[in-house]
Design a protein around this ligand. Sequence first.
Ligand SMILES: [Zn+2]
Length: 420
Amino acid sequence: MSQSIQDFIATIGIVDVHEHHIPEILLNREVNLIQLFQQSYAGWTQARPYPLPSESRDSDPMLAVAGPTTWDALAPFLENSGSSSFVRNLVRAVTELHGNGEPAITRQNWEALDASVRQKHQQPNWCAEILRRAGIERLITDPYSDPLLDASLALGKNYSSVVRINSFACGWHPDSVDHNGNSAHVLLKRLGLEPASFDDYLAALEKLVDAMPSNHQVALKNALAYDRDVAFGDPDEKTARRAWGNPSPSSAERKAFGDFVVDRFCRLAGERDIPMQMHLGTGIIRGSHPMNVAGLVERHPRSRFLLMHLAYPWSRDLLGMAFVYRNIWIDLTWSLLLSPSHFKLALHEAIEILPDESRMMIGGDNWHVEETYGTMKLARQLIGEVLEEKLAAKYFSEADARRLAKRILRDNAVKFFKLA
Ligand SMILES: [Zn+2]
């Protein structure tokens, strides 16, 4: 019996609800082994790519130019951070796709692996071939280097994208930018919109949302947990208006502006039945607890919220919220990469507590297709193991387990994002 549920899961075509596949990485033909490490979650073991409020940075280390691969450049990942789940996932994928599935990258094999990475990425169909081998049918990407990107045009017909709203929540002044360096005013100008007042700005946001379907954009994405806390308070229009046009509003005015814009996006999304994907957990960790968004979720009962990453490390709090608020769905993305063992524990509980089987979806959250390949292989394995354990405990039948597996990996995403 245990063999058959894993075999069944291996046949499911995945609808991947979250990647960071962007043209400057995915279409780049000059890729080497060290780049796969730098531009992946393994890279986060060396440099967190977002600053805390107490820090600043000149540029995103993930998008910095990487030098040639050397053993000295690889060693910090493989020897100092070799126990990290992020590193384990990438090593497994790289050795499987570019070597013979050997268990480690070593002084002996790194040059051959690097040569294969460089040679394979020269082939224009390499990325599509790896996604096919990963069994991924469709992907939704968050192209934060260009939040307005039409990914279907830029990356291929099997892609849709989300519109990251961070810059708009920080758009009180033409010079204000979000943590990715994006300016709302620059983005709106590309749509032919140049708001001269706060009211113009709100009208422009509505036009932006209305333009989404024609750009293959299937959801809004709130990643403000990397810019500020996620305690999106009741709209305070008076204070929000005071931020408008000011290059350095007070922190209360900045917060009120962001709160107001986020609230407006949630309302617009609800009216149009467009989902709102939201990063929770880690990020600016002092403010990213999932309970901080309870007010926003309550104020917008018609809006469908897809809350991400099991809000690690607060997965139990998130599942409790998803039990209470029926406009919450769970994006399991990243949680399985952060900690495979915690993911299994949380998935057991999620299966038991969620009100219906539509609630869970899966994504890769990666930059290069090698990492995506490894993540999806890990996702199939871990979901299979949890379902095997549920079957061994006679929790439900094999038919129940198969139906749920297909829903998590594929069917729920098709329905939720209206991809059919
Ligand atoms: Zn992500």
